[in-house]
Design a protein around this ligand. Structure first.
Ligand SMILES: Cc1cc2nc3c(=O)[nH]c(=O)nc-3n(C[C@H](O)[C@H](O)[C@H](O)COP(=O)(O)OP(=O)(O)OC[C@H]3O[C@@H](n4cnc5c(N)ncnc54)[C@H](O)[C@@H]3O)c2cc1C
Length: 462
């Protein structure tokens, strides 16, 4: 990159907020996604106010330099890899809670705020912010809005887009706009809030977020149901929902995942079980919660659960949930490369998807651990492999193609919560057709004609 650009950035931000060392460039050349192309940025900048960001964007727009906006880099689709080099724009210093409006049950935050910090701040008001990715203690609000993250409570409470009420966004030409607001009803004009939510930093840079909060549920009951057969666990999930009980959490771990988590965390999981379900029902009325809990228990038993462990205390509940949150870190210890997918199907199709995953693992002779938010149809088949083994990687790529093909055939989608990034860009036409992708590209071209905002993500070749 031209030295004059670096010195202009230093004038805008101060020398200490412009990183250029080789070590820093390597650090920002990857994110949490495995098996991705790696490229180093030209420079990393760490602004602490939006005026600086506007100046950076105007400079990048004039010089046609890519800007890769970055939160904590925990995304799982290669979304922050600077594949066309350019400026990595770290949002971590814009991390304030600007307002907690308990009366209207909203909060206004800066994008670099860690999600859990919002939850800690609103807890005294008896409120929660439901989106709950496994990385709730590390991921930023801006990153999770831009990926439209889901998490462990998606089944009952929905995903991030269900809670974003308004945004402030810096556009590719440096203009700043506001979308939505604090009103529950707001149907003025096009819904730009939804457009920028899940846009993966390709349409604008989010500098403020207004989110909806909800009352914290007063009562909850949690359990671990153990199955000697994966199919029975899959059927249990479909049956719970068709019985009109919507648990807050309905997670699955298969045998590969159970054994790996137990080996990693030693929390007493049944390593001979074919599958476990982690279930939690919650609500404002104790009797309803207890009634739903009994229904769930009964359905688990009727479908052949060999054992059901009820959490008797908050500590026991937390240990069950810790097991689930340990799934990916535990699987990641087994082999050098962990290819985690995000295929999502209608929940009634979970048994079929689980069966297909088993068949794909056998067909390509791969070790696949499956866990995920099964209640909302969002499974995370995780292939344990080694990037340096070229022959095995070919089989991995074929298996991944097949996983997405099956998910789409079952009426599902490429991504339940991890976004498209680079990882799934090649599959977009499978889900949306040429015409659907063309409409999305027209939106991108209109808002970012020179493709300076996170180029190469969501679509191929932009
Ligand atoms: C162990 C593990 C568990 C996970 N569990 C879950 C889970 O349960 N559910 C789930 O949904 N995800 C999960 N994830 C994925 C990831 O944590 C989420 O996508 C997270 O919300 C990303 O936040 P981040 O701050 O790390 O964003 P980053 O990875 O830094 O960025 C994500 C995307 O947002 C863009 N972006 C970031 N900030 C802005 C901004 N201010 N304006 C515009 N664009 C921006 C980036 O360019 C990029 O495209 C998990 C990841 C790991 C590693």
């Amino acid at each position: 990159m031209d030295k004059n650009i670096i010195s202009t950035l230093m004038t805008i931000l101060g020398k200490e907020n412009v990183l250029t060392s080789k070590e820093d460039m390597i650090t920002y050349s990857f994110d949490a996604t495995a098996d991705m192309p790696s490229e180093k940025p030209d420079v990393v900048v760490t602004p602490d106010n939006k005026e600086q960001i506007i100046e950076i964007v105007k400079l990048a727009n004039e010089k046609k330099i890519p800007i890769i906006t970055r939160g904590s880099g925990t995304n799982l689709s290669g979304g922050t890899i600077p594949i066309n080099k350019g400026i990595v724009l770290s949002m971590l210093k814009l991390n304030k809670i600007l307002e907690i409006d308990a009366e209207n049950m909203t909060a206004s935050v800066e994008p670099g705020l860690i999600i859990q910090k919002l939850n800690d701040a609103i807890a005294p008001y008896g409120l929660i912010y439901p989106p709950d990715p496994g990385t709730v203690t590390t991921a930023t609000m801006g990153g999770s809005v831009s990926e439209c993250s889901g998490g462990l409570r998606g089944l009952k409470y929905g995903v991030t887009k269900d809670y974003v009420m308004g945004l402030e966004v810096i556009m590719a030409n440096g203009d700043i706009i506001r979308t939505g607001g604090k009103t529950v009803k707001n149907v003025s004009g096009y819904d730009l809030t939804k457009l920028f939510t899940g846009a993966e930093g390709t349409l604008g840079i989010i500098t403020q977020i207004i989110v909806k909060l909800i009352p914290a549920p007063q009562y909850r009951r949690s359990m671990l149901a153990i199955f000697d057969n994966l199919d029975k666990a899959g059927k249990t999930i479909a049956e719970i929902i068709s019985n009109k009980v919507i648990p807050a959490t309905l997670e699955i771990m298969d045998n590969v995942t159970i054994r790996t988590v137990e080996n990693y965390a030693k929390i007493g999981l049944p390593t001979d079980a074919e599958a476990v379900l982690i279930l939690e029902v919650d609500g404002a009325i104790e009797q309803v919660v207890l009634q739903e809990f009994e229904t769930v228990k009964k359905i688990c038993k009727e479908n052949g659960a060999v054992d059901i462990k009820l959490a008797q205390s908050d500590a026991e509940r937390d240990s069950i949930f810790a097991a689930r949150r340990a799934a990916l870190p535990a699987l990641a210890q087994v082999k050098p490369t962990t290819v985690l997918e995000d295929a999502t199907v209608p929940r009634s199709k979970i048994p079929e998807m689980l069966k297909a995953l088993k068949e794909i693992a056998e067909k390509y002779d791969l070790q696949i651990g499956t866990f995920g938010h099964a209640g909302d149809g969002n499974l995370h088949p995780t292939i344990l492999t080694d990037e340096s083994n070229k022959e095995e990687m070919e089989r991995v790529h074929k298996a991944v193609d097949e996983i997405f093909k099956v998910a789409l055939e079952l009426g599902g989608t490429l991504s339940g919560e991890h976004g498209i990034g680079i990882a799934k860009a090649k599959f977009m036409e499978w889900e949306f057709g040429k015409e659907g992708v063309a409409v999305m590209k027209k939106i991108k071209d209109a808002l970012d004609p020179d493709s300076i905002l996170n180029p190469g993500k969501i679509f191929r070749g932009n």
